[in-house]
Design a protein around this ligand. Structure first.
Ligand code: KG4
Ligand code: ZN
Length: 353
């Protein structure tokens, strides 16, 4: 269980609660992490607990939905209890619950969603269902230097790769998205192809440092297109073709292969988000989602943005991957404006924002 160090926790006896502040419990179970977090006023994290299922899914080379649901059932109550005790509060100090409603694996989402409904109902407090993608975009507001509105955001995760023009916490214009694989999905598939295990992003990030990207040049899909759409499945096929052609000795070339692959992905992501900022005349760009943890991507976007005098906002690595603090953060803005869910609401598997 991963726990974010917590300097702000409350004294359980006095609860230390300021009447004007809103203390929200966030819950996230859309894929293979069971997460809970206590956040004050959408920005101050009192606790953030993430129980990862990587060890469960690792032997299968990807997430097995049925196993994910079962593991969420086991983990949800202990994870929520730990989040409350790390925050130093009793459940009675909570003002509301925010929970991921979708997109994601339906069986996995239902575990967190039903738990949140029952928990809020028992405590007689409001609750709100949250779009996971809006959670990622709002993760930058948990950092000390959030972007001013409007800004452009690149969301790159295992299931999505999109660019948004963001005009408020809850208003987004979708500028472009992937037409096939997501960036994280391409990382995971290339890692699987090369026998580097699941999830592949972090493994490729690590191994690419030992290779030279200039040794193998892979295509930069859609970089010359005027749209903000992406396509990563052809790049994945180019890697597969390279491996087939070099079947005798590709194992020795793995660091160069993954470095070349990563450089192609990073070039496209950096080019598109900076181009989007120029078109929308935004001075601030945000990079969010699991792939935003990638060291080369962080370095490249910071470098390219500096050339154009843009300010880049990337959450700390713990807030790039799936977490519940980002769900509580965006939940605050909906709840503050009176948006609440009711017991009849259901989860959803696919969505666009
Ligand atoms: O946001 P996230 O945790 O879950 C989804 O909403 O999908 O993103 C997970 C994705 C996976 O595809 C994983 O391989 C990728 O993020 N990822 C990375 C890195 N860490 C995680 N990709 C590249 N470099 C990394 N360091
Ligand atoms: Zn995610």
């Amino acid at each position: 269980m991963q726990r974010l160090s917590n300097k702000n926790s409350r004294c359980r006896e006095c609860s230390g609660k300021n009447k004007s502040e809103m203390i929200i419990l966030g819950i996230e179970t859309s894929c293979d992490e069971t997460a809970a977090s206590v956040v004050v006023d959408g920005k101050k994290i009192l606790s953030s607990v993430i129980s990862s299922q990587i060890d469960v899914h690792h032997p299968y080379g990807g997430v097995v939905p049925e196993l994910a649901s079962r593991k969420h059932v086991e983990a949800i109550a202990p994870v929520v209890n730990t989040a409350l005790s790390d925050a130093g509060i009793d459940s009675k100090a909570l003002d509301a619950v925010a929970v991921t409603r979708g997109p994601g694996l339906v069986g996995a989402l239902l575990v967190g969603f039903c738990f949140a409904k029952a928990f809020a109902f028992a405590l007689e407090i409001p609750w709100v269902g949250i779009n996971h993608l809006e959670g990622h975009v709002n993760s930058v507001f948990l950092e000390s230097d959030p972007p001013p509105f409007p800004f452009v955001a690149l969301l790159a995760s295992g299931g999505h790769t999109s660019i948004y023009h963001v005009t408020s916490h809850t208003r987004y214009e979708l500028m472009g998205q992937t037409r096939d694989d997501a960036a994280g999905e391409a990382y995971d598939k290339v890692a699987k192809m090369l026998g580097l295990g699941y999830p592949g992003g972090a493994a490729i990030d690590r191994i690419a440092k030992k290779g030279a990207p200039e040794n193998i040049s892979f295509p930069r899909p859609f970089i010359d297109k005027s749209t903000f759409d992406f396509s990563f499945s052809g790049l994945k096929t180019a890697v597969r073709r390279y491996v087939q052609i070099h079947s005798d000795d590709y194992l020795q070339r793995i660091p160069d292969i993954v470095a070349g692959f990563q450089e192609a992905v990073v070039d496209v992501l950096s080019y598109k988000i900076i181009h989007a900022a120029m078109v929308k005349r935004c001075d601030h760009v945000a990079i969010v989602g699991g792939v935003a943890a990638n060291k080369r991507l962080r370095e490249k976007i910071r470098h390219d943005a500096e050339q154009k005098k843009l300010t880049v906002h990337i959450p700390s690595v713990e807030l790039c991957g799936d977490n519940a603090a980002m769900i509580a953060a965006i939940g605050y803005h909906y709840l503050k404006n009176g948006v609440v869910s009711d017991l009849g609401d259901d989860v959803f598997s696919r969505v666009k924002i």
